[in-house]
Design a protein around this ligand. Structure first.
Ligand SMILES: Cc1cc2nc3c(=O)[nH]c(=O)nc-3n(C[C@H](O)[C@H](O)[C@H](O)COP(=O)(O)O)c2cc1C
Length: 199
């Protein structure tokens, strides 16, 4: 499947076949593809929890206004991000020469001093990864739904997420049993896309 086909095919699917599960190999393939996502300075802020346990999915669903897709989908990928990942600066350039590694680490440490930027960057990285995951899943015949309709404090507790990590998004993965709603109202291209400046 071409990327353009996957972009057109992907829809948010909210009802899943509870009998169809993903193998461990398939989960690893999907998540490994998602990990090819770019990140600023290659910091890879994302942290993923592949949730397949029905009991844990039920708890997450309860912390998300009982949205049924979280209970039904055989895989829920909880995407979190570590806003302090930049502190380990050298690791992300360890395949480069010592000079490049030192230069990049210095730039990273200088760039990420501001707390708001740390958080923005973590959410940006996790969000980009979510899209990669959904496109990879679409190509491999799975349906998905990105979700932020959950109580972040409760979901952090359920998944024992470290206190300083940020819950970015949940993505359900499975075989849909109902088509997506018709597109609910796309904005006109001309209203969204500007040329050379935003006026
Ligand atoms: C960041 C984000 C959060 C979302 N949260 C939820 C959610 O909590 N529950 C849900 O059913 N759908 C959720 N959606 C799905 C949107 O409703 C859906 O993407 C949108 O209506 C467009 O439909 P489509 O994805 O089928 O093109 C979310 C989508 C995004 C991108």
């Amino acid at each position: 499947m071409k990327v353009s086909e996957a972009l057109l095919k992907r829809r948010s699917i909210k009802a899943y076949d509870t009998e169809i599960t993903l193998s461990e190999d398939e989960i690893r393939t999907l998540l490994s593809l998602a990990l090819e996502t770019p990140s600023s300075f290659n910091i890879q802020h994302w942290r993923l929890c592949a949730v397949t346990d029905p009991g844990v999915r039920k708890q997450i669903s309860e912390a998300a206004w009982n949205q049924a897709h979280l209970r039904e989908a055989p895989l829920v990928v909880a995407i979190a991000a570590d806003p302090k990942a930049w502190k380990d600066a050298e690791r992300y350039w360890r395949n480069s020469s010592p000079e490049v590694q030192a230069k990049m680490a210095g730039m990273i440490r200088q760039f990420y001093q501001e707390e708001r930027l740390q958080r923005d960057e973590a959410i940006r990285s996790g969000s980009l990864l979510a899209m990669s995951l959904m496109l990879a899943a679409t190509e491999r015949g799975w349906d998905t739904c990105p979700m932020i309709g959950f109580d972040p404090v409760k979901v952090k507790q359920i998944l024992a997420m470290p206190e300083d990590w940020i819950p970015v998004m949940l993505v359900t993965v499975g075989k849909g049993v109902k088509p997506a709603h018709p597109k609910s109202g796309q904005m006109p291209y001309e209203e969204i896309v500007f040329r050379d400046s935003f006026v």
